[in-house]
Design a protein around this ligand. Structure first.
Ligand code: FAD
Length: 425
């Protein structure tokens, strides 16, 4: 049997849910959302660990308090999301060498500036070597991103960052007791093929279901678009595939370690610390969770790109052993072993294939246009289509709005074309 709908949305992350909500608000309710995973949220994803809710994906609401308000901050306020002010640039004052000595802040700032800037810039989705912002010169604490002043808030809510998505979904999907029961949202539906023509799009899923839609909004990540998960027939035009292959993917991994008790310094400005090792990116960037959750006894270490891929390929026991060795170099041999570890694998997740897109600082404007331009009846959305805020939750959100607006216009234009041709009979 075939399901028919006006708009089929592939993916129920922030961009897909936002697009669906916009369509519903504009009278397009005949929508089906197909999500490959068994849950909504995509790269906004919580998990229970060590007695807490931890965020495997997005963790911060970035750029709060600038000239232009981050719309996610507004949503967070409205849905009462618990957040903590969190300033990772203070990490520069807590740099340990591999004998456990802390560099006096002045000296560290000098000799390790580059390593520190690079670690911090990675967290900010920027390559430090390319960051030319004037505020970097004054210490890098307040890099200005297109009018959003850099002030970060860590989401620390038992309901998870994804609570925002549920609040949004609730406004247009049928829910009961906090669960989405609307049949227009279909989980565990992996889209494998899009057959598109002038008349519509035929969508095939891995479990053999077929959907017929007037239009498709595709929110799969840049990593998924670069993989062969979804085939297009006819194939995507060259300008599109080139734009897709021109955008880099960042792999960013937060490893969580639970301890029987804490052995690291706490207090203001001690939330973040850096391990300065000759090997670049080797368990460099650490955070304790005591500010957000006192008594949690959890440390988070962030790895990126090559290191992320390396640890994804090895066992969690091996990763724990490496992390413990680094911690013992910093804090001495008496510290207790971790009692639990959580290692997300974004790179090997076939519905993600990486953490977020990483635009070059000077990106060719043609690529930006091409990455979001529709191909016939297939409209593209997702953080990677946001020129200004790619790599962020608000990028995903704003792209969902932009894409649905573009689609609504196209639907209106199509309707007008049809009435015109009708009149001419
Ligand atoms: P997604 O959330 O990936 O949604 C796309 C959906 O499509 C997914 O649910 C996926 O399962 C589904 N899908 C894919 N393929 C198919 C298919 N074939 N069929 C059906 N469904 C499919 N941003 C911040 O603002 N602050 C942060 O602190 C931050 N930290 C991050 C840390 C990590 C580790 C990661 C991974 C991301 C982080 N981000 C952060 C980025 C942020 O999470 C993303 O930019 C945003 O969530 C992307 O939303 P999206 O809707 O574009 O994509």
């Amino acid at each position: 049997s075939r399901t028919r709908c006006s708009v089929l949305i592939v993916g129920a992350g922030i961009s897909g849910i936002t697009a669906a909500k916009m369509l519903a608000e504009n009278g397009v309710e005949d929508v089906v959302i197909l999500e490959a995973a068994d849950r909504i949220g995509g790269r906004i994803r919580k998990e229970e660990f060590g007695g807490l809710t931890v965020e495997l994906g997005a963790g911060w609401i970035a750029g709060v308090g600038g000239k232009q308000m981050n719309p996610i901050w507004e949503l967070a306020r409205r849905s009462d999301l618990r957040t903590c002010y969190s300033d990772y640039s203070t990490a520069r004052y807590n740099i340990y060498d591999n004998t456990g000595k802390i560099f006096p802040s002045g000296v560290a700032a000098e000799s390790y500036n580059k390593a520190v800037e690079s670690a911090i810039a990675k967290l900010r989705n920027q390559d430090s070597d390319n960051s030319v912002d004037d505020e970097t010169a004054t210490g890098g604490a307040n890099i200005n991103l297109c009018g959003f002043r850099e002030k970060e808030f860590l989401v620390a809510d038992e309901r998870g960052y994804e609570h925002l998505l549920y609040k949004m979904a609730e406004t247009f999907l049928f829910t009961s007791q906090g669960k989405i029961l609307d049949t227009r949202l279909k989980l565990n539906k992996v889209v494998r093929e899009l057959q598109h023509s002038r008349n519509g799009v035929l969508v095939k899923t891995e479990d053999g279901c077929i959907y017929e839609a007037q239009y498709v909004i595709l929110s799969a990540s840049i990593g998924v678009l670069q993989s062969n998960l979804i085939s297009f027939s006819p194939p995507l035009p060259r300008w599109k595939t080139e734009a897709i292959s021109n955008i880099d993917i960042m792999v960013y991994t937060k490893i969580f370690l639970k301890f029987p008790h804490k052995f690291w310094p706490c207090g203001p400005d001690k939330e973040f610390f850096i391990y300065a090792h000759q090997r670049r990116g080797y368990y460099t960037f650490w955070q304790h969770m005591e500010n957000a959750y006192p008594g949690s006894n959890i440390l988070v270490v962030t790895l990126t790109n090559r290191e992320s891929k390396r640890i994804e390929a090895q066992s969690d026991e091996e990763t724990m052993r490496e992390a413990m060795e680094v911690l013992r170099n910093m804090f001495g041999h008496d510290i207790p072993d971790a009692i639990d570890i959580l290692v997300p694998r974004w790179w090997n997740n076939r519905f993600q294939r990486g953490s977020y897109s990483n635009y070059p600082i000077y990106v060719n404007p043609q690529i930006v246009d091409d990455i979001k331009a529709p191909v016939g009846r297939i409209f593209f959305t997702g953080e990677h289509t946001s020129e200004k805020f790619n790599g962020y939750v608000h990028g995903g959100y704003l792209s969902g709005i932009d894409t649905s607006k573009a689609l609504l216009e196209e639907m209106k234009a199509e309707k007008e074309r049809k009435t015109e041709s009708h009149k001419s009979f």
